[in-house]
Ligand binder design. Structure first.
Ligand code: NAP
Ligand code: ZN
Length: 348
């Protein structure tokens, strides 16, 4: 008995998101069914709706910052019960047996993780449909628990924006003494600032938007650098140990590499794109590194949720109705988001 469900989907790359009726699968033994209460809006949703990455299978029903309440569990489920407050991020399945899955890095599964939407169900081969919907059915291994005390209406963006910055911050041991720069103050960037600050780093925001200066400081940044200000960029050369680059489009890395100190690292989490070339001396002259990072594993996502509950770190959310999603996308394209849209699913 499948479950009739309603959501918002795009049927091709130029179509706006519109109401879409579909079936959720019947519960498999290890599955959890969840009534979705809130879903964050990620720039990746927009990329995939517009087929920016060339891999979209329509209909695209986005949403991977999902918060909800368990409505039913399969007979083999051990960790969750009806009524539990839970969350789901960017993945809903993986092989769970390769070395990467076993070390908790399901995002690097050797057999590729099943993404929450625009992915392929491992059993039926069907296109997965995400969280801009009333309900979802997910294997319990990919469900995380919302710590008591974490505001459910604001927790959603931790599931993608949060974990995508948390994972590299932890991997590179960012903490007291680290001069951290966060490039791009959007959904990911503002979580980079908050989490970097909570971990004890000295945080600088690198932004294209002079108008975000005051916000950056009130979010916890110690300094703000306007990337269009050539003099300020020159003066900041060599001043950072770690740059978290959340810029969503192809861009020249050279001006950012010159901001790194000797042995510094720039981690790309934003643009999934061909980047323009740069002179190798930008790396050679200072043993600098460019790396990349993709979301984070399930254990680390739970660690992040628990850290945020304990330290009271929460995303800045602008709650919207489901019907406002196309307008929200337009605003996101103009960098006019403060700092994450969250859909109130009661409006669907
Ligand atoms: P967002 O909320 O739209 O924020 C992006 C920010 O980047 C903007 O607010 C803007 O900040 C800056 N920006 C935009 N256009 C720019 C340009 N042309 N040049 C320089 N800066 C620009 O996006 P998001 O949700 O944070 O996502 C950021 C990127 O990360 C997206 O491409 C998304 O697909 C990707 N992503 C990757 C992963 C991963 O696993 N690696 C996970 C989630 C998302 P300022 O106004 O401060 O300049
Ligand atoms: Zn995302």
């Amino acid at each position: 008995m499948t479950m009739q469900c309603i959501g918002y989907a795009a049927t091709d790359k130029s179509a706006p998101l519109a109401p879409y009726t579909f079936q959720r699968r019947d519960l498999r033994a290890g599955d959890v069914a969840i009534d979705i209460l809130y879903c964050g809006v990620c720039h990746s949703d927009l990329h995939q709706v517009r087929n920016d990455w060339g891999n979209s299978v329509y209909p695209v029903l986005p949403g991977h910052e999902i918060v909800g309440r368990v409505s039913a569990v399969g007979p083999a489920v051990t960790k969750f019960a009806r009524g539990d407050m839970v969350a789901i991020g960017c993945m809903v399945d993986s092989c769970l047996s390769c070395d990467q899955c076993r070390r908790g890095a399901e995002q690097y599964c050797r057999k590729f993780p099943t993404m929450t939407y625009n992915g392929r169900d491992r059993i039926t081969g069907e296109n997965t449909l995400g969280g801009y919907a009333k309900a979802i059915v997910v294997r319990e291994d990919f469900v995380v628990r919302l710590a008591a005390g974490l505001d459910a209406a604001r927790a959603g963006p931790l599931l993608c924006a949060g974990i995508t910055v948390w994972s590299p911050l932890r991997e590179w041991n960012v903490g007291p003494g680290t001069r951290l720069a966060v490039a791009g103050l959007g959904g990911l960037g503002h979580m980079g600032v908050k989490l970097g600050r909570a971990l004890g780093a000295e945080v600088t925001v690198i932004t294209t938007s002079e108008g975000k200066r005051a916000d950056a400081l009130s979010l916890g940044a110690h300094h703000v650098l306007i990337s269009k200000d050539k003099d300020a960029m020159r003066a900041a050369r060599g001043g950072f140990d770690f740059i978290l680059d959340t810029i969503p489009v192809a861009h020249d890395l050279s001006p950012y590499l010159s901001l790194l100190d000797v042995d510094g690292t720039l981690v790309i989490v934003g643009a999934i794109d061909v980047l323009p070339g740069f002179h190798s001396f930008g790396l050679v002259g200072g043993r600098k590194r460019v790396s990349g990072s993709q979301i984070g594993g399930i254990r680390q996502t739970q660690e992040l949720l628990d850290f945020c509950a304990e330290k009271n770190v929460l995303p800045e959310c602008e709650m919207i109705a489901m019907a406002d999603i196309n307008h929200a996308y337009e605003r996101m394209e103009r960098s006019d988001v403060k700092y994450r849209f969250v859909i109130d699913m009661a409006t669907l």
